[in-house]
Design a protein around this ligand. Structure first.
Ligand code: COD
Length: 300
């Protein structure tokens, strides 16, 4: 299946139950707007944790109707994160969402050894972009959680992402492992990791996908560029997933696509006991809504 637009994700919700979504620090107008829209559309049943006064004020200012939505008053961000994580852990919610709290605060709760959402797998972030100049949705990982992944981490990040893309109906995702160049250079660790990941894929050590790398960004997304450089690759120009060398490159690409290219994006954390909607505070209400749809579509 080829997904061309983020709005195509809603087709994957057919026949799926309404998900219980808990928001940590819901006193944020963009998050609240997205959650209430998803609730109105029958995608989620929300539980809002945060500063109740602020939540009610935002609702009043924006003319949102909270109706019978449960609001739990906890103005402290660390405690709100802990409560939200524990609700998922205790099976009172199916999806966790970050509101106004900082990314690392929420992730530290998620990783708590006693009551967090660890599964034994590495947790990683995936962002799914709708870019006007590309022929299908393209995923980027990891731009928000793993800071400097080594080869072992990169294997887990690819496996998390491939499982997610499989759930979106992409049977054999094409994975481009990015470097600054497309030749293996022994001084550039990203190119060494890329070559190893490609070989592991060829030998079926990493399954259900087609990996090629190192590829420079232009070769990964443009067949013409790849041909120009004489690169023969089944992935070049038709990539479903871009694997970043580290968080800095990933984060800059994410923000370039959003701010320069005006791309739409949906994102989440994979590998935890439940999907986690973790958008950046600067992301639009639409991005938060599309991320909720993505999480609801992939929740087990
Ligand atoms: N998956 C599973 N377990 C993990 C992961 C992971 N990705 N990362 C750490 N752990 C485990 C470790 O094995 C260890 O047991 C424990 O968690 C603590 O590990 P530390 O000390 O390396 O991690 P922390 O708690 O200092 O930080 C973890 C964060 C995820 C908070 C950290 O990696 C981080 O800040 N990432 C970047 C988040 C961010 O600022 N993003 C901004 C982009 S918007």
């Amino acid at each position: 299946m080829t997904l061309k637009k983020l709005s195509d994700l809603s087709k994957l919700l057919a026949g799926k139950p309404v998900r219980r979504l808990v928001v940590a620090a819901a006193n944020d107008s963009q998050s609240l707007g997205a959650v209430l829209r998803a609730s109105k559309n029958g995608i989620v049943k929300p539980i809002l944790i945060g500063d109740e006064k602020e939540i009610l004020q935002i609702a009043e200012d924006s003319k949102y109707v909270l109706g019978d939505i449960r609001v739990v008053n906890e103005p402290d961000y660390v405690k709100a994160s802990e409560l939200a994580v524990k609700m998922v852990r205790n099976n009172e919610a199916d999806v966790l969402m970050k509101g106004k709290v900082g990314t690392s605060v929420l992730l530290k709760s998620v990783l708590n050894k006693e009551w967090g959402l660890r599964t034994g797998n590495l947790l990683s972030h995936i962002a799914l972009f709708e870019v006007e100049t590309y022929h299908k949705l393209i995923a980027v990982t990891d731009v928000a959680m793993n800071i400097a992944p080594d080869l072992k981490d990169k294997i887990a990040i690819v496996e998390n992402s491939v499982a997610c893309l499989n759930m979106l109906g992409i049977e054999i995702p094409k994975v481009a492992v990015l470097g600054a160049v497309e030749m293996v250079n022994e001084s550039m660790q990203a190119t060494l990791d890329a070559a190893l990941l490609s070989k592991m894929n060829q030998r079926d050590q990493i399954k259900n996908c087609l990996i090629d790398g190192p590829l420079a960004f232009d070769n990964a997304i443009s067949l013409e560029s790849a041909r120009h450089k004489g690169i023969r690759s089944e992935v070049a120009g038709d990539t479903d997933l871009l694997l970043m060398p580290d968080i800095e490159v990933g984060n800059v690409l994410y923000k370039s696509l959003v701010f320069f290219a005006k791309s739409k994006v949906a994102s989440m954390i994979l590998g935890a006991a439940a999907p986690i909607v973790l958008t950046s505070r600067s992301d639009s209400e639409q991005a938060k809504y599309d991320s909720i749809v993505l999480a609801a579509a992939t929740a087990k």
